[in-house]
Design a protein around this ligand. Sequence first.
Ligand SMILES: C[S@@+](CC[C@H](N)C(=O)[O-])C[C@H]1O[C@@H](n2cnc3c(N)ncnc32)[C@H](O)[C@@H]1O
Length: 222
Amino acid sequence: MDKKLYMVSLGPGDIDLITVKALKALQASDAICIPTKSADQSFKKSLTHKIVKALMLEHNFTKPLIPVYTPMHFKKEDWQYQVDVLYDGFKTHDSLSFVTLGDSAVYSTVYYLLDIIKVQRPKLYCNTEVIAGVTSFSQASAKVKKPLCVGDSRFEIIPLLDKEVPTTTVYMRPKIGLDTKNIVERGEIYTFENMNYQGENITSYKKSKVDKYMTLFIDFFK
Ligand SMILES: C[S@@+](CC[C@H](N)C(=O)[O-])C[C@H]1O[C@@H](n2cnc3c(N)ncnc32)[C@H](O)[C@@H]1O
């Protein structure tokens, strides 16, 4: 049987802000892999563990929990260790979830692990599903009833580091018929049309003209 890996975004800490899709993935998994900063593999300092425990209690299910020591030193060997814990889990389980705070698209370990899995286990990479979640800043905006962007404003995410960093740019709210020549590609640009609706079309290039209002472009950093 093919192994299945879910990269599950848990949202910003309120268990009611997990998506239904993420909850279904946890319920469908044979075991749940949980990052912990404790070298003794305990869950004492793990925020994700608190969320998963509360979710299991609230939604009446239990799963074996596999600790994944995550020291946050941003070292390749640490990510390899974490991937090896997942590989080990697959020796006794057919499906696993690996959980992350907020949304996996934003400063999450998920993509360090996926970069390794893509090379070492291409089949598992293809069978991996990343499940989007609510970000900390979406929740922060909702808490104080202030939009992140509205009308003609834009929105930036800036890591607090003392250096220049590569940028991902999201372009949205285009006019139908817009010629996209003024969108200058800096990284790797994708076009997303009618996502999750009839006629969904995702291309790994910039369409030259906008055909649908429900179009967004993401120029992913390289
Ligand atoms: C490694 S990033 C993970 C971001 C997460 N994936 C997301 O979607 O928000 C961690 C940073 O997100 C922010 N963050 C995450 N959860 C937060 C919370 N509950 N309250 C305030 N800031 C939070 C903080 O800036 C923290 O340093």
